[in-house]
Write a protein that binds this ligand. Structure first.
Ligand code: MG
Length: 233
């Protein structure tokens, strides 16, 4: 019987593709804003100082504009993912919406990453009722797949129990209402071995979640991979 290859989850934006600055460049230009990188935030309404409805429309514009098909790869990501692919199935998990899959597939094909990666899973945090929605946290999906680990720039996707609003939030009209206490209980039972990618202002922490290490770049991620995952393969 063939032994099943171990699985690693992989976030895309700001983990594999550099998204933050291209996103700001395009949206500053389009919406006459001037948000600098150090004010970049996942909470777009707060970042722009606009209503959640306006923020959603702007974010929708960004994804539909096609820019995400042309985002640059972080240095060494391609080579390192090629190495990891020798022993692991790598499953991209993205909070991008399913209806923006076309540009996601295009980016993976343009960069050649589709040779190393399984088809991406669109987790659907930010939309309900959409075709192909998964509507679960990344940790839920990783556990269901039996993944050995995950790489993500966001600590909340690596089991950070200190995050206040971990899934969709009231700012998103179609979002889940989150029972934070239940979420924390669930996460506490489901530790994910993780690598947090990058040393960004949005993933600073006094203490990383259990079983999570930081990689400032992809060569450091490769070292962690060899140390934590390669032997199990
Ligand atoms: Mg990300």
């Amino acid at each position: 019987m063939t032994k099943q290859r171990p699985i690693l989850g992989l976030d895309l934006d700001n983990s594999v593709f550099w998204e933050a600055q291209p996103f700001l460049d395009a949206t500053n230009d389009q919406f006459n804003a001037s948000v600098p990188l150090h004010e970049y935030s996942e909470n777009h309404a707060k970042m722009w100082g606009v209503s959640p409805t306006v923020a959603n429309k702007r974010t929708e514009w960004w994804h539909a504009s096609g820019h995400i098909a042309d985002l640059p790869l972080l240095p060494d990501a391609y080579e390192v993912l090629g190495t990891i692919h020798e022993t692991h199935d790598i499953v991209p998990l993205t909070s991008r919406r399913f209806d923006h899959r076309k540009f996601t597939y295009l980016a993976l094909a343009k960069t050649g990453l589709d040779a190393f990666l399984e088809p991406p899973i669109f987790t659907g945090f930010y939309r309900s009722g959409a075709e192909g929605k998964v509507h679960a946290t990344k940790v839920d999906i990783l556990q269901a797949m039996g993944a050995e680990g995950h790489l993500d720039d966001m600590l909340k996707h690596l089991g950070d129990l200190s995050v206040e609003r971990p899934i969709a939030r009231p700012a998103h009209p179609n979002g889940n209402v989150v029972d934070l206490a239940a979420y924390r209980r669930r996460m506490a039972r489901r530790p994910v071995h993780g690598i947090t990618m990058g040393n960004y202002h949005w993933n600073q922490a006094d203490r990383l979640p259990d079983k999570v290490v930081r990689a400032n770049n992809w060569l450091a991620a490769l070292d962690h991979y060899k140390q934590h995952f390669a032997e199990a393969a």
